[in-house]
Design a protein around this ligand. Sequence first.
Ligand code: CA
Length: 744
Amino acid sequence: MRKLGVCTTRSPAVLSRKFGLFAATWMAVTAGCAMAHADDRGMSTAHSEAVALLRAFESARAIDDEALRSADDNMRDWITYGRTYDEKRYTPLNQINDGNADRLGLVWAHELGTSRGVEATPLVVDGVIYSTLPWSVVIAVDARTGKRLWTYDPQVPKSYGRFLCCDVVNRGAAIYKGKIYAGTIDGRMLAIDAATGELAWQTQTTDPSRPYSITGAPRIAKGRVLIGNGGAEYGVRGYVSAYDAETGRLDWRFYVVPGDPFPPFASKAMEEAAPTWIAEDDNWWVVGGGGTAWDAIVYDPDVDLVYIGTGNPSPWPRHHRAFGDNLYINSIVAVDPNNGELVWHYQQNPGDHWDFTSVQPITLADLTIDGVDRKVLLHAPKNGFVYVLDRVTGEFLSAEAFAKVTWAEGIDESGRPIESKSAVYGRGELVPVWPGPTGAHNWHPQSFNPQTGLLYIPAQEVGTAYSVVDEFNFNPATFNLGVNLDIPYGPPDQSTGRLSAWDPVNQTEVWQVPYYTPANGGTLTTGGNLVFQGTGDGRFVAYAADDGEKLWETWVPSGIVAGPVTYTMDGVQYVTVNAGWGGSFPLTFGAAAAKANVRSEGWMLTFAVGGDAKMPPPAEPRQFLNPPALSEDEMAMVDTGAALYGHCFACHGKDAVSAITPDLRYNSGIVHDLDLLKEVVLNGMLEADLGMPNFKGTLSEDDVAAIRAYVLNEAHENYEAEELNYRANMAKYRERLAESSEAQ
Ligand code: CA
């Protein structure tokens, strides 16, 4: 206390002279995390850390429009989702390079305290890291020490998790004039004081009575904070909202789809879109229509346009929505940042039939194409093509497949896809299609290196078989897909991932690295001829950007899906990445991950040349505990249970195999005990704490017994294979444990 007293009485006066009233106020109010640890590390260290933090929060307040426009010149920080407005995720920094990357090592590991997917790209300002976590929690971490500075938990009701198709994730925050902006999965926009972690304002951006969600990172454009939403699988109508960053006042809203296709219309764009939606005997627009913009929203200050990637329509089969193009689903739209008016659009999948969203990351570059200097937009959406557009006019320049594509024979000269008739599924037999709804590329950030001219795409190969359901009724409480799915199609090991280094001028792949699982991490590329990427099977790797040679890798305690960032502190270059496997594919299709013991415990990991910290210990592999034998009556329920398991699938995984939420086959404590299972499923015993929904009214007691029989039967059928797997994973676990910090 004595030392703390010195800080709070002496430092503010000094700091006030040096940094102004704000610093003194901050010190007086919070006394600071660094000060609280003064006893441990001595007064002068604590004091200099506090001074560094105060300077960092002043730096956060200095991030304005000009700072965002010139972010490429700012080597110290990473101040917007894709580092710069053009979202290249490229830094000119070359202190870490192809000559010394083999000496990279861990500097610190910060435990995030979560076991759901961590998709966030952190922001870094003057030695302070701001990140979002699952359940829309926002944190600040001291990059010098790896210690948590503050945590803001928006207290999203855990029961809201059932409205998230693809895990309770968040991909990142925005920073502007001292505030951190982040969306919540229940549709709120938060503005948080960067220094104190206190809420400045919040606003509900969606209709809380509908299953909207926000998982994407907000972006800043001309004093406004821009945010979209998700929920097309549940049937909602997508839009992007622009709020005054200072006050939270709604400034404009761009609707992606018209809703009611009859006058009056929300805008001229909606009036033009309406005729593409009118169906003879279906009124699916009443439920919303989808088109949700849940990821890419990129502001281009050179052209003064905002580019938005839009989502899939709802329901999925096109016959519900007329046979029109359904503007502006599955498109890149360019809107005026001043008023949200549509300027141009380019639709990648007119009248989409396969959940091929176009929300995937957008990268802006200046390239010479056929001898003409162009301002282009680079885009590799779910449907498996790399698109190059002129971003000033929206003109289609080229598109080539970067993955296995069976839904189209190509893209014609006008930019319209030439669909394969055999991929247009109907009722009856399931029709396999590549890519499927997980996409050949999903939200995982891509990067573009102007030195190599290559786009680094976290690609994947996951096929899916589709058919139209026989009877479809809109149900506002759950999915409204209108399809039967077999996903992933074929044996689990046929679904793989790949780092694809793609030349967008010549539209060819230059090199690639194959991966064991789909859903690998986002990429970062640097002036040191490097590409960094984490993998779903729990590694963090550096490659040579020009030829793909692997220069360095380390195992990490969890699978990685997020994109890494780089920055400097005190003149030294660092790389930070969030580990924590999760999201759409891992949540639902965990077989490959379960086999490799890929886990989802969250860690923020920071690396530098010469880093010598030990990796945190890996998670212990799971083992089947003897599942109880099934009686004849129970065996008779297995098929019914398999069909009813459809209610569980979206979180607990295909074939009852899960790598994120509990694998029910392993869940001896609850699943083995039918009475307890009924408490969980029909009385919501785990709803408040874990978000396990209450299915009262949807499922009966007999249904629960049938689901249990199915899950236990799966446990018995896979028992021997799982035991072998367990032993192999234990051997790897012991090896890593010996190398980890726990071994010290
Ligand atoms: Ca979708």
